[in-house]
Design a protein around this ligand. Structure first.
Ligand code: ADP
Ligand code: MG
Length: 702
């Protein structure tokens, strides 16, 4: 048999057949042999020891007990019919109960005999009990060979599958059979020097042992090996992409820092740069002068000063005779960038224009003209920037803000905007855990601004329940009296848009009563407003004509009103951590002490409580991102969908940081020495790569 056998449709496996194949495909996406082999246990049940009855706690997972059945009794009628069995060891009694299959169990169990009892303890009528345990007559001699004293794999199954006797046990049987038939053909795909260096178990052995480990150590080794392999090949793919991109595309050479950069730096920049900003500028500077296209991700918390870094990078482009653009995900944000940049550069220094969907045709034509003749230096806008009719004379640098809202495809469109593709700087204010960054953006270089401008006072965050609302109102009045402005934000979640809108309306009414005209003025902004209305309301707040802005999450990104120093988040328990953090980042931008008040109902889910506590505890976006990932799993973090993160079967980005780092470093080293994977010892990797190019997936067994 050759390795094609792993692609064999699952119906051809002994014991499967058409009907079961159908449900396997539907329920577990198991289409072929390989998919089944890669249906790994989600946990293992420890059958390596017997528990004493007195040590059993109701909250324990599955346990194994050796006990003598002393008594059995059928109770109840029809629907309440049940079999209750007493068993004892030398430490105490345990009650066992059956509600189904009673007859058979009743017949099989013989009082006076000792059984291996295996099940999940529970608590019932004040007693420790097990319902529907597995019972096996104890046979000291046979115990060992029957393999009972091992870790039993438990597989995910579904109700549907169970109807086809494919519960965990059923799946286990199929997998055992499949392994027996094919294990010999699971070939090694890592070079020996890597196996040795990282002390990795062999591939075949690892596949066996992850399903059927003899002991905890074997399992550990198997998992380590398979995790390493998985992460290694993902990194190989990402870094190979990066390598071929740098080989394929030349980059514009920005070999000088000239008038624009220098004049801005010396005469216009209103504050000293932070060390982090300087470091990142250096990284960008180095990248853009070596003749290779830059693809850099700039991560920095809200308020860390990414915009200035972007602007100064663009000034370098302009110094070298190129144009630059900033692409933002929303008009509000594009607008904000436009204002910020205009304010920073002042009049008559460079030509900056804003291009969004709401720019009238005539103005738009003027912009196009200036872009094409090269008199426009910086264009700021939304998706409109990359429409085909937008032609640049010489686009050298593209800044993309809030990247994960832009698809890969949209980014690719930019490549075509010049013969030599522009340098790309992707900015995100959503810090991503390190492991995620290495996987999602593994083919990008990463810069981090991990320092806030000096003199910023950390935002103080409190969590209030509904009962403390009056206190909140009092606090608001006190801050408004000091001349500050306040945001009040309501959730806006697609599925319950109506409800949210109602919350917003009710909330606004309460606010309007509490903060009456003419003393107080309120702006209201939500997604149902027309762009012009929204803009009007925003402007009133920005100009300080209103003191309170009641809004849905449309203000999440981009609004910059330094005088707004209080952020109130209603129904805070309904927001995700990163969103809460983003919202909070709207304040704390001026010199004043800023505050964030998280309002929630009394009853919180466990996760909800952790989220709110985390917010109260820390302002550090990277720390928050880590906790967010632990709560939701890497697959639910925004932007991970197309990144391959979801394809991970054994590795877990929340716990396998070290393995990931090892694997990535290893790949980097390999490419440094042998970029073509041409060395004999790397043949094996090269083959794996070709398999991929032939349309097979990365983790293929063959
Ligand atoms: P980000 O885009 O990273 O959230 P911004 O670039 O909007 O942050 O910067 C936030 C605010 O901090 C802006 O008002 C900006 O002018 C200011 N700022 C940026 N860098 C510095 C610095 N080094 N020192 C003082 N203020 C700064
Ligand atoms: Mg910003």
């Amino acid at each position: 048999m050759n390795n094609q056998q792993f692609q064999t449709p699952i119906e051809y496996l002994k014991g499967v057949g058409l009907a079961r194949a159908e449900v396997l495909k539907k329920e577990l996406q198991i289409y072929n042999f390989e998919d089944l082999l890669r249906h790994f246990p989600y946990k293992y049940i420890d059958r390596t020891r017997f528990y004493k009855i007195k040590d059993i706690q109701p909250d324990m997972p599955y346990v194994q007990v050796l006990a003598r059945v002393t008594h059995k009794e059928l109770l109840g009628e029809k629907h309440t019919k049940r079999l209750i069995v007493q068993a004892k060891d030398d430490t105490g009694f345990i009650e066992l109960a059956w509600f189904q299959g009673i007859k058979w169990v009743e017949k099989m169990l013989v009082p006076g005999k000792v059984y291996v009892i295996f099940g999940k303890p529970g608590f019932f009528n004040g007693k420790t009990q097990m319902s529907h345990p597995e019972m096996e007559l104890y046979n000291p001699g046979a115990q060992q060979q029957k393999g009972n004293l091992t870790l039993q794999p438990a597989y995910n199954s579904t109700e549907k599958l169970k109807q086809f006797t494919l519960d965990s046990k059923g799946l286990q049987k199929l997998i055992a059979g499949l392994l027996e038939q094919t294990a010999r053909d699971i070939h090694e795909n890592l070079p020996t020097y890597i196996l040795n260096r990282f002390k990795l178990a062999g591939r075949q052995e690892s596949y066996r042992n992850i399903h059927f480990p003899n002991d905890a150590n074997q399992l550990k080794e198997a998992r380590y090996r398979l995790k390493f392999e998985e992460l290694f090949f993902l990194q190989l793919k990402l870094l190979k992409n990066k390598l071929s991109r740098t080989q394929k595309f030349k980059g514009n050479v920005f070999d000088k820092v000239g008038h624009y950069f220098n004049e801005f730096y010396h005469d216009k920049l209103p504050f000293p740069l932070t060390n982090a900003q300087k470091r990142v500028l250096k990284e960008i500077r180095t990248d853009t002068q070596r003749g290779v296209q830059m693809n850099r991700l700039l991560q920095g918390d809200v308020g860390s000063g990414k915009t200035v870094v972007a602007l100064m990078s663009m000034l370098i482009a302009i110094d070298n005779g190129f144009q630059a653009c900033i692409m933002a995900p929303t008009e509000i944000l594009a607008n904000q960038h436009y204002q910020t940049i205009k304010d920073l550069v002042g009049d008559g220094f460079i030509e900056v224009a804003l291009l969004t969907g709401s720019v009238p045709a005539k103005a738009r034509r003027a912009i196009h003209e200036k872009l094409e003749n090269g008199t426009l230096n910086i264009l700021i806008g939304t998706h409109a920037l990359i429409e085909d009719k937008v032609q640049y004379k010489n686009l050298g640098m593209v800044v993309i803000d809030e990247q994960h809202r832009f698809g890969v495809e949209q980014r690719a469109k930019l490549w075509r905007k010049n013969i030599v593709p522009p340098h790309v700087l992707v900015m995100t204010a959503t810090p991503i855990p390190r492991t995620l960054a290495m996987t999602m953006y593994g083919d990008l270089d990463i810069s981090i601004i991990d320092e806030l401008p000096a003199g910023r006072k950390p935002i103080q965050t409190v969590h209030f329940f509904e009962a403390q609302r009056l206190r909140m109102f009092g606090f608001m009045k006190q801050e408004i009296a000091k001349g500050r402005q306040i945001y009040v934000v309501y959730p806006l979640i697609q599925e319950s848009e109506k409800l949210d809108l109602k919350n917003l309306q009710d909330g606004t009414e309460v606010m309007a009563r509490e903060f009456p005209l003419p003393q107080y003025r309120i702006s209201i902004v939500h997604g149902k407003l027309k762009a012009a209305e929204k803009e009007f309301e925003m402007q009133r707040f920005i100009k300080g004509e209103t003191q309170i802005m009641v809004a849905t999450t449309v203000i999440e990104v981009g609004v910059n009103v330094p005088n707004a120093s209080v952020m109130i988040i209603e129904n805070a328990e309904r927001f995700g951590l990163s969103q809460l953090h983003q919202l909070r980042g709207r304040v704390g931008r001026g010199a004043d002490q800023s505050f964030c008040i998280l309002m929630s109902k009394e009853k919180l889910s466990n996760d909800g409580r952790i989220r709110l506590n985390t917010m109260v505890k820390t302002n550090n976006g990277f720390e928050i991102a880590e906790i967010d990932m632990q709560l939701r799993g890497p697959g639910n973090i925004e932007g991970t969908q197309q990144s391959g993160v979801l394809d991970l079967k054994v590795a877990d980005l929340t716990t396998d940081q070290d393995i990931l780092q090892q694997a990535r470093n290893c790949v980097i080293e390999i490419f440094e020495k042998d970029p073509q994977l041409a060395a004999p010892e790397n043949q094996i990797l090269n083959l794996a790569f070709q398999a991929k190019n032939a349309g097979l997936s990365w983790d293929k067994i063959s």
